[in-house]
Design a protein around this ligand. Sequence first.
Ligand SMILES: Nc1nc2c(ncn2[C@@H]2O[C@H](COP(=O)(O)OP(=O)(O)OP(=O)(O)O)[C@@H](O)[C@H]2O)c(=O)[nH]1
Length: 347
Amino acid sequence: MRKSRDANPFKKMPNILYPDEIMDKAYNRAEKIAGDLRTTERGLSLPKSRIIEDNKIRTTSSVISDNLLQIVEKTPSIDHLDPFYREILEIMVGSDEFKKSLAAINWAADLVKKLGMQYSRKVKKAPTPQATSIVRKEFIGRVASILKQIYPNMAFLGVARNKLKNMPTVKDLPSVVIAGYPNVGKSTLLKTLTNAEPEVNSYPFTTKGLNIGYTEEGIQIIDTPGVLDRPIYERNDIELHAVVAINYLSDMILFVIDPTEFCGFTIEEQVNLLNEVKRTFKVPILVAMTKMDVDEIEGLETLENELKGFDKIKISSLKKEGITDLKVRITEILDEQGLLSLLNDIE
Ligand SMILES: Nc1nc2c(ncn2[C@@H]2O[C@H](COP(=O)(O)OP(=O)(O)OP(=O)(O)O)[C@@H](O)[C@H]2O)c(=O)[nH]1
């Protein structure tokens, strides 16, 4: 079944305030309410002090716990994240720390709420007007120390939010991911297939960004410079997560091979990468043998033998040969997976 990829789920994360800012917000609200009460309640009696301080405590408690809870509620939970975004999260900020920070903020929200109730009861029993204000100050002190404790978590989420919220969205359309060694002709092919300059969307896992184009039929073609263009063993941890993220994006792989070896990589190296991509990805692979306009390609026969088990097609992006056949084959492969009905639904 097709996985649905929503718009960037991190966009909804609220602005994360510093502890001081939250305390100020709570203080201002509490003071405003206290001010209103001071004008309505006459004299500095014990009952009046209790009411005022109780209101300050409860207002502070609810402003702070609501603010913290809002962070937790509007931040997507890792367990429900689309797998593509889960990988992005791991690459950009680290999921463990993210989870830990959210749990800490949830804990603090809960504790501030409980303390608010506890101190509200306490202030109602305070024996003198001075005692009511001491109880309230004690409450504020405890809340401030909780906020100080979760400050690293808040700061972490603030940074995470800023990194994640501006990430471009990859559309939830049938998607073809282009793979192959550098210089084999991937971006030229992308342009030929989509008849337009591709959008370049910057993603954290590739310094060059993802190049994305759309065919007339509404198929999304994604070129992934720096991600699927060399053997897995040469990759670091982050790049491996990037491969996994790309895996979640793709409904099929279009693997480009340059049989002329003008790209600087031998046919053997290119076939090895193809086999590696085949082992890594569970989606259908179509091999495009490109640069067919070049005369007398020496290794062509060998290559065709090597590619016996693969679905393959010969093309020239330069001369626009084989492009229509390639498009037809792509459409068939996506259609076999029931993905094109999705396009009709969208239209
Ligand atoms: N003769 C011929 N040359 C081609 C063809 N397609 C691409 N080229 C040339 O191959 C070179 C590399 O093409 P690119 O499209 O930049 O290759 P790439 O795989 O996107 O390269 P990276 O961006 O480095 O990953 C360029 O000089 C292209 O003009 C083709 O069909 N025939």
